[in-house]
Write a protein that binds this ligand. Sequence first.
Ligand SMILES: Cc1cc2nc3c(=O)[nH]c(=O)nc-3n(C[C@H](O)[C@H](O)[C@H](O)COP(=O)(O)OP(=O)(O)OC[C@H]3O[C@@H](n4cnc5c(N)ncnc54)[C@H](O)[C@@H]3O)c2cc1C
Length: 309
Amino acid sequence: MKYCMTIREIFDKLSFRGEIRYDEPLSAHTSLRIGGPAEIMLFPEDPVSLKYALLAAGRENVPVQVIGAGTNVLAGDGGIEGVVISLKAFRSIEFTREADEQKAVLFAGAGVPLSGLLNFAQKNGCSGMEALAGIPGYFGGAVYMNAGSFGTELKDLLVSLAVMNMKGELSILKKDELKFSYRSSNLPADLVILSGNIALTKDNPDAISGRMKEFLRRKKETQPLGEPSAGCVFRNPEGDAAGRLIEAAGCKGMRTGEVEVSMLHANYFINKGAATCRDFVALMEKVKEKVGQHSGVVLEPEIKIIGKI
Ligand SMILES: Cc1cc2nc3c(=O)[nH]c(=O)nc-3n(C[C@H](O)[C@H](O)[C@H](O)COP(=O)(O)OP(=O)(O)OC[C@H]3O[C@@H](n4cnc5c(N)ncnc54)[C@H](O)[C@@H]3O)c2cc1C
């Protein structure tokens, strides 16, 4: 290994609250169930522990990769060099004092599952997130990806973010300091999202629940939510849908190894068993080529590919 000390020496003596795992398989932390081992995976329980971990990594030139629930990630079979950080312990949801009769502002930690946040909002009569029902992942990952569906995106709700840079410095970014675009927050890769505030509107919990159920029903009709995937593989090109283009190119059901283009939604690739990252990337290439030949459109990946393929 190329660090002066072994990775155990670097992180074993860290002042750290949380779990530390060595050679942790990424397949256990991605919805695709694909991915080799992370040299070390850290699950800090508070910002100070995160800060010490980032400082230690920086001092020894250890690469850092942050991961959420791994629902938009394709992890390499060869694993990940350096440290993978999960903020799944950052799970608090609270009302902030900004709330009034019509408006509620919720604070959410980066590791709050989006589904849990939606349920909390619904139970407390806070509307605005219903269209996101059925999107897996954590709040931090959803913000980073500017996740969205049925016309609502995370950016529409966001008030501010708390972030930490690789030197362990904390800052608060207001919405107007942030740039979001389609499935991207344009946040520098060296910032870790710790938490965020979102603004919602007060409404009747039953009405909110009804809308959530309807959005979920529509989503289940068109997307293979029960099978291991990483959501949409390719970004929608301007004015079109990647799924439509892939289907039109005759790729539905196409397979490489144990990865298959979903029969329900062609922009979802499914792990049919013991698929590898290599299978997945090979299928991406095949589909991209077919779509290029059929429509002339060059598809760009939406999923984030991390580690050694
Ligand atoms: C069945 C299925 C359906 C889906 N449907 C939709 C949909 O309708 N709409 C949609 O937009 N997406 C959808 N997705 C994709 C995915 O669920 C979202 O993009 C999700 O919000 C990603 O969150 P995550 O926590 O899993 O992030 P991850 O996949 O773990 O990470 C995604 C990216 O965010 C970065 N990241 C994660 N957490 C942090 C953090 N705390 N700080 C800084 N960077 C961070 C990672 O480094 C990575 O680059 C779907 C996925 C699946 C599997």
